[in-house]
Design a protein around this ligand. Structure first.
Ligand SMILES: Nc1ncnc2c1ncn2[C@@H]1O[C@H](COP(=O)(O)OP(=O)(O)OP(=O)(O)O)[C@@H](O)[C@H]1O
Length: 232
């Protein structure tokens, strides 16, 4: 399905990333030009070690050590101070990892509340949003359980709920179904499609061709170069 967005949410121009290596530089990303539209669902594919996670970490504002231009909603990221970047990430980005990354000593409900603790929301509003998420994701019965008491699929559901509870503009997901059985993976992909249909921009890294095709478009990385762009 092709996609035309009225507005660019993420814009990269000549983005490059290198790290010191054996007295020289090792290039992880080379001259990446990319526009991601508001409401788009983009898949990033490519072989192991091609730079997918490196790119996602830059897009997610975790990594600011790059050259070139990155604009997030029209704001140049390179010029920002670390606190500004963190605030932008907290306000606009939800991140989903392959290995869930839930806090093991917090219950499901407490994990969901973590992103809201950064907001100035009344306690009643926080509780209401957690209750909504538990309901929407069908995990009300799990709210008092700890992550270790859940299946992988259930943990990833909680991780996606945690990523969207702050109502982010964009979800970044790094191999979100990599650790799941196929039916659980499909459920997570259905959820991304549903959230995308509601207007959330989704960017996923995936090795799975079927999952990649759930996006509007795929970009492919090889040794840090963006070699192909195509409709999914
Ligand atoms: N800080 C670093 N120092 C040195 N090399 C690094 C660093 N970070 C990443 N790399 C290397 O950069 C390359 C790209 O890594 P990256 O994790 O982005 O790949 P990937 O495409 O996500 O791979 P995979 O599909 O296996 O997760 C790899 O060869 C990795 O070893």
């Amino acid at each position: 399905m092709s996609f035309v967005s009225p507005r660019t949410l993420l814009r990269l121009r000549g983005l490059e990333k290198s790290v010191p290596h054996q007295g020289g530089r090792l290039w992880l990303l080379r001259q990446i030009d990319l526009d991601v539209g508001e409401g788009e669902f983009l898949s990033i594919v490519g072989p192991s070690g091609s730079g997918k996670t490196t790119l996602l970490n830059i897009l997610g504002l975790f990594d600011s050590e790059f050259r070139g231009e990155y604009e997030f909603a029209g704001r140049p990221v390179g010029a920002m101070k670390s606190a500004q970047r963190q605030k932008l990430a907290r306000d606009f980005i939800g991140y989903v990892f392959q290995q869930y990354h839930l806090l093991e000593d917090l219950t499901v409900a407490e994990n969901l509340e973590v992103p809201l603790s950064y907001r100035e929301l009344p306690r009643s509003e926080r509780k209401a949003r957690v209750a909504d998420m538990l309901d929407r994701f069908g995990i009300v019965g799990k709210k008092g359980l700890y992550p270790s008491q859940l299946s992988g699929g259930q943990q990833q559901l909680v991780a996606v709920a945690r990523a969207v509870i702050g109502r982010p503009a964009v979800i970044l997901a790094d191999e979100p179904t990599g650790a799941l059985h196929s039916s659980q993976g499909e459920m997570i992909m259905d959820l991304f499609a549903e959230l995308n249909a509601e207007g959330i921009t989704v960017i996923q890294v995936t090795h799975n061709e079927v999952n990649a095709r759930r996006g509007h478009r795929s970009i492919e990385l090889f040794d840090g170069w963006m070699e192909a762009v195509g409709a999914a």
